[in-house]
Design a protein around this ligand. Structure first.
Ligand SMILES: Cc1cc2nc3c(=O)[nH]c(=O)nc-3n(C[C@H](O)[C@H](O)[C@H](O)COP(=O)(O)OP(=O)(O)OC[C@H]3O[C@@H](n4cnc5c(N)ncnc54)[C@H](O)[C@@H]3O)c2cc1C
Length: 437
């Protein structure tokens, strides 16, 4: 993965645009029609701009005036858009720790793409008694080396990608005699995994007794002990493989963005097409959908964001290519669509049935292909080549999915070793290597 990302950054000469060592602390909306706008150049909140040397300096008064003129000009250009104010500029505040001194910056941007990932803020399940558990409790984000658990009985709570991987890795350690429990709410019965050393599938973890030791599971009929009670009391370490929350610590109430991302919900709203802030599309979020092929999908999203910017700039709008870019619908329509997505759970793309849990709001799965097609059409770029690219991704995904179905501990996990060579033009792929090393 690291190699791929390095290669991508090198090919497209991206590193020169990245300000390493900088952390965004605050993102807020600058509404041209609100009085907050006038206030932004107080001593405590000076605006910084980059000078010819690439150094950030406090913005001069006349530049401020120029800026206001620019807003007016921009609004004139946008006169034929029905909702000029819905494309407000954004204020970004960040700290640069790349040098010896810590330097604070504040700057106004025409648009902001939030790409802060969603695998860094652990989602902690509510399990009664967890705080009193006598052993160690950690989240999968802290897991590193299976050797640390050689002599421990481990309970992994959550049986999807992280839980499966961790249970398998710990269970496979040579000379290991202790058990690994892999608990998941979709599991109805206790079950040993065929070939896997001591990995036992368990139903949903319910609670931990006051003794801090006895763990209760949802299933009433288990084979663990003769009494048939659904408990175990030999767990030394609990690893919470319960996923991650969307988190935007730099968005606060003062940001005035009306953005919601409540821990545990795994839902960000209001979003239009899982991408644009439905009210303020000058703010976009790349990479929120999950259960997708991430990087190709991110590229379609990025293209869509850029194309809307192109369309809105005077040159772009009058230039040839931008004519075919489909504008976003008006605010009311975007908000209604965002509301539907957020309330129905699960993907709502191009005529697909909307059903699912709130936590599946950003789940795309098999809907991702139509989602990519739709984004590409909005950019005015959808053609046979794009279709070949999407279809090939789909073919690879489906092929990989078949292999991943046997991914549970105890089954072969050959998909990791499979290598593909793309033959995009032919809507096909070659399997060059499928054997496990
Ligand atoms: C265990 C695991 C295994 C995975 N394996 C694969 C795989 O094999 N193949 C695959 O395609 N995908 C895989 N994924 C998914 C993949 O890692 C993500 O989809 C991808 O990293 C998302 O990229 P991103 O740029 O959106 O976010 P990230 O890679 O998370 O990058 C976000 C960046 O934003 C920075 N950032 C965050 N907050 C701030 C802030 N306030 N100011 C400034 N910078 C900030 C972070 O430092 C980070 O550099 C895996 C994920 C996990 C957790």
């Amino acid at each position: 993965m690291a190699e791929y990302l390095e290669g991508y950054a090198t090919k497209f000469e991206l590193k020169k645009f990245v300000h390493f060592g900088c952390e965004v602390n605050r993102l807020s909306v600058l509404l041209p029609s609100t009085p907050d706008n006038c206030d932004r150049k107080t001593a405590a909140s000076a605006v910084f701009v980059e000078d010819d040397r690439g150094v950030f300096v406090e913005e001069e008064e006349e530049e401020e005036e120029e800026e206001e003129e620019e807003v007016e000009k921009k609004n004139e250009i946008d006169d034929d858009d029905d909702d000029v104010d819905s494309w407000p500029r954004m204020v970004l505040e960040w700290t640069d720790r790349s040098g010896n001194d810590e330097i604070s910056h504040r700057r106004i941007f025409d648009g902001v793409c939030v790409c802060n990932g969603h695998y860094s803020s652990p989602s902690i399940p509510r399990i009664s008694g967890l705080d009193n558990f006598v052993g160690d409790v950690l989240h999968s984000i802290e897991y590193d080396d299976p050797a640390e658990y050689l002599n421990s009985t481990v309970l992994c709570i959550g049986g999807r990608a992280s839980g499966m991987d961790i249970a398998r890795e710990i269970g496979r350690m040579p000379d290991r005699t202790k058990r690994v429990y892999l608990s998941d709410s979709t599991c109805r019965a206790w079950e040993e995994f065929g070939n896997e050393n001591n990995v036992m599938r368990a139903p949903r973890t319910l609670m931990i007794d006051d003794d801090g030791r006895t763990v209760h599971f949802a299933n009433e009929s288990n084979d663990i002990d003769d009494a048939g009670s659904c408990t175990v009391d030999d767990v030394d370490v609990i690893i919470l493989c319960s996923g991650y929350d969307y988190s935007f610590p730099f968005v606060t109430d003062e940001s005035n963005l009306e953005l919601s991302s409540i821990p545990g919900e795994r839902r960000v709203m209001p979003l239009y097409m899982q991408l644009w802030h439905a009210r303020y599309p000058s703010l976009s979020f790349i990479g929120l959908p999950h259960s997708v092929v991430p990087f190709p999908l991110f590229e379609f999203q990025s293209d869509a964001v850029v194309s809307q910017w192109l369309r809105r700039t005077a040159g772009g709008r009058r230039g040839g290519g931008a004519r075919s870019i489909v504008p976003l619908p008006p605010t009311s329509e975007r908000m209604a669509s965002a509301e539907r997505d957020a309330r129905s759970g699960g993907p709502v793309v191009a005529g697909s049935p909307s059903a699912g849990r709130v936590t599946d709001t950003h789940y795309l799965g098999s809907h991702q292909w139509d989602y990519c097609r739709r984004l590409s059409r909005m950019c005015g770029k959808y053609d046979d080549g794009t279709e070949d690219y999407i279809s090939t991704n789909e073919a690879l995904y489906e092929r990989s999915k078949v292999e991943r179905e046997g991914m549970v501990p105890g089954e072969k996990d050959t998909y990791r070793e499979t290598r593909f060579r793309r033959l995009d033009e032919e809507r096909s792929y070659d399997i060059l290597y499928t054997e496990m090393k």
